[in-house]
Ligand binder design. Structure first.
Ligand SMILES: [Fe+2]
Ligand SMILES: [Fe+2]
Length: 426
């Protein structure tokens, strides 16, 4: 038989359910970096992503609503082919740093049932991951809990990224996230305010994805990510490895979109790394007009802050957030704004028209998932009389229940550093 035909047949057979096969060998060296992205509709859609060290010809996700652990892969009734695969861009210094050449894979799971556990394994050719699971959001629920944090780009006690393989504080924060999910299984997602690695090169992201595995719970639960884009996420490695797929209109490259968690709770992710005016501004205005009346809770998240705790208030990019977006947030009565980039813990007083006002918007942030913490300027007017600014590694927990949102900043030792409540405007 023609050798090409033999190779073709072998590839076709790879990843296919086989009768009478033994349990497939899992090899974490060959398929790894499990992660899930949520975009617009987390009740019915999830993007399952991973890395392989070899160029798999066939890449699939097998899934079901019940566990098939310790069973043959052909016992899963459903599978979906990866719809985006490719070689991860590497430069000489990536490979010199010791990270391997690798491939990205992304698979859209659609038509999922809401409020449901999904168990899954992914494979590249005949190498399978262990079984993991995630939970889709419930449209009808009037309760929701998610985590918010940003800035995980380095994790040592100095500002410079001396050894991207170490990242002790980032690892500690990821372990904390797994613990929080184990203690509070109602947590549905991690909203990430960006600046993942020192840059989006493979030598940074490879270790970020390794460390991200620490957020997986002991029983294999993967917490979906809702991502924004930061000033350290500009290289092609970001678009290769953090894929949003087909979100509405032209937003997939823009990394701005609305996540409708439930029928009454939504989060708008914006992108401070592209034009804040122009098309994004028009989209935001249209989305707010549509979404404000339809939701009890409407939040926004983006990387660079309107009300910074560390960097100068008058910096041009922060002034642009205040010029273009804040008036829309105020016009439509956003409930809370989530910001990152500064590397500190902050909560502003409610702000309206650039002044303290009990009817205004609170801005929280701003980046504490392991990056070295800076000293904020706590004397700024928006931190006085009820605001807060300090140096603290942290992740925020947001608990929505009916008309109340309980918001807590959890420190690296699983301690509540700061908490407050707000009531819905509707
Ligand atoms: Fe940043
Ligand atoms: Fe940052």
């Amino acid at each position: 038989m023609d050798i090409k035909l033999v190779v073709f047949l072998l590839l076709v057979l790879a990843c296919q359910p086989k009768k009478n096969t033994v349990i497939e060998k899992t090899n974490s060296q060959k398929v790894m970096h499990p992660r899930i992205f949520w975009t617009e509709n987390p009740a019915n859609h999830a993007i399952i992503s991973w890395t392989s060290l070899e160029d798999g010809a066939i890449n699939k996700v097998y899934f079901d609503t019940i566990s098939h652990e310790n069973k043959k892969v052909d016992s899963y009734p459903f599978f979906s082919d990866a719809n985006s695969n490719g070689k991860i861009t590497t430069r000489k210094d990536d490979l010199e740093s010791g990270v391997p050449n690798a491939y990205f894979h992304h698979t859209d799971l659609t038509d999922l049932k809401e409020g449901t556990k999904y168990y899954y394994r992914f494979c590249s050719d005949s190498t399978f991951s262990p079984e993991y699971y995630f939970i889709t959001s419930s449209k009808k629920s009037n309760e929701l809990t998610f985590l918010y944090g940003g800035d995980s780009r380095s994790g040592e006690d100095d500002e410079e990224d001396k050894d991207p393989a170490i990242h002790s504080k980032r690892k500690a924060m990821n372990q904390l996230i797994a613990t929080l999910v184990e203690q509070n299984p109602e947590i549905m997602a991690l909203v990430h305010g960006a600046d993942y690695g020192m840059d989006a090169s493979w030598k940074s992201l490879y270790h970020w994805f390794n460390d991200h595995e620490l957020t997986i719970t002991k029983d294999g639960r993967v917490l979906p990510l809702i991502i924004s884009r930061g000033n350290h996420d500009h290289e092609i490695g970001f678009t290769e490895n953090f894929r949003l797929g087909t979100v509405t209109e032209r937003n997939s490259d823009g990394y701005y979109y609305k996540t409708q968690f439930t029928d009454s709770i939504a989060l708008i992710t914006l992108n401070t790394e592209t034009s804040m005016a122009g098309y994004q501004y028009k989209w935001l205005k249209k989305e707010l007009e549509k979404s404000r009346a339809a939701n009890k809770w409407l939040l926004v998240q983006y990387h660079k802050p309107a009300y910074p705790a560390v960097k100068p208030f008058d910096r041009e990019d922060f002034a642009r957030v205040r010029k273009y977006w804040v008036p829309l947030f105020e016009q439509f009565g956003i409930d809370l704004a989530l910001e990152s980039d500064g590397h500190s813990l902050k909560k502003t007083v409610p702000i309206l028209k650039n002044k303290p006002n009990p009817k205004g918007i609170i801005y929280i942030g701003e980046g504490g998932l392991g990056v070295p913490q800076r000293t904020p300027d706590s004397k700024r007017w928006y931190f006085k009389n009820g605001g807060h600014a300090s140096s603290n590694h942290h992740v925020w927990m947001l608990k929505f229940k009916n008309n109340v949102l309980k918001t807590s900043a959890i420190g690296i030792d699983n301690n509540v550093v700061l908490d407050f409540e707000i009531k819905s405007k509707k």
